[in-house]
Design a protein. Structure first.
Length: 333
């Protein structure tokens, strides 16, 4: 038997071995040092998101000031929340300056949100066992609230479909009294699934019987709307950490949604320009005057020095230098 087929049989008969391969595919992804052929202002929006707004450190600038120094000279671009909130001229900039994903992506997702609204209404109407009522409790949720839920263990994800108004929590009531547990939730789940929704009671590891959503998971949403990668990317390190912890406990099957999401995000970022994740020493020859241009605390800054291959990212009081790079699979910095 040829070695390849033999290996395939060994891998396919053992779930963990297959997970082992997938683990490598989704996590061996790096920003690799590279001067990059061309850098544009959208690349800087990503650098600000990926290096300036990590995790739940939520410093939200009112303005952004981006500069690119390349062989053709120095170009700069300014963005302000007030201006962008009117025209949505640059959704990435807009997203960098607010903590409410729905405010940014509401137009993009309007068709899905409307479809889901009709589905919720139908569900309430068709659930009619005698003496019971179904109510919609909570749909939309801001990012700050979601982070609070996540940090207190009330939610398993840093960014939820609730944040896009594509999930809803439901309550079953009997004679006006809310029932936290009831076998009727399973019935509601099957009605919702018949209508095309996805039921929280089916979640692996963390079932949530009073929850339905419009997509099976975040990965499916990002697959349909790749532009949402920008929202999910700020939590990528949290997702990776959660995935690794579960994987090390041989519980990778519990976080398969997370693995799918990480893979989807990586797929959408590969070959893109980036600021490499480890900060580097201050490049030599920068004057006090040069640093002086980054003094406004309510402005977020990204400065790319393409000739020398570095990036400066500053948000609030924290400013760091990084190597300029390009995302690639399976490589180390
Ligand atoms: Zn929910």
């Amino acid at each position: 038997m040829p070695v390849k087929i033999c290996l395939f049989l060994i891998l396919s008969c053992c779930g963990f071995a297959v997970y082992g391969i997938q683990e490598i595919d989704s996590l061996r992804f790096n920003c690799v040092k590279n001067r990059a052929n061309a850098v544009n202002f959208d690349d800087l929006q990503w650098m600000f998101r990926e290096r300036g707004q990590l995790g739940n450190q939520v410093e939200i600038p009112k303005h952004l000031n981006f500069s690119i120094q390349d062989p053709s000279g120095l170009r700069s671009q300014n963005y302000s929340f007030e201006e962008d909130s009117v025209g949505n001229k640059n959704l990435l900039a807009y997203s960098n300056m607010t903590n409410d994903p729905l405010l940014v992506w509401g137009n993009t997702l309007s068709g899905e949100i409307e479809r889901f609204r009709l589905l919720k209404d139908s569900l309430v109407k068709i659930f009619n066992p005698r003496g019971f009522r179904l109510k919609l409790l909570q749909s939309e949720r801001g990012l700050a609230k979601q982070m609070d839920f996540f940090n207190r263990g009330r939610s398993m994800t840093a960014l939820s479909l609730h944040n896009f108004n594509l999930a809803v929590d439901l309550g079953i009531y009997r004679r006006g009294r809310y029932l936290r547990r009831s076998n009727w939730y399973t019935h509601v789940g099957s009605l919702a699934k018949n209508l095309g929704a996805f039921w929280g009671g089916d979640f692996v590891g963390f079932p949530d019987v009073g929850h339905i959503q419009a997509f099976p998971n975040g990965a499916a949403l990002v697959r349909k709307f790749p532009e949402l990668t920008f929202e999910y990317i700020r939590f990528k390190e949290i997702y990776e950490q959660n995935y690794r912890i579960a994987f090390d406990r041989e519980q990778g099957y519990l976080v398969d949604d997370t693995r799918q999401l990480i893979s989807e995000l990586n797929k959408n970022r590969v070959h893109k320009v980036c600021a490499c994740s480890v900060a580097i020493p201050i490049p030599t020859g920068l004057s006090d005057e040069w640093f002086g241009q980054f003094k406004n605390a309510s402005t977020g800054y990204v400065y790319v020095q393409q000739n020398e291959g570095w990036v400066y990212v500053k948000n609030g009081d924290s400013g760091y230098f990084y190597s300029l790079g390009v995302y690639a699979f399976g490589a180390k910095n």
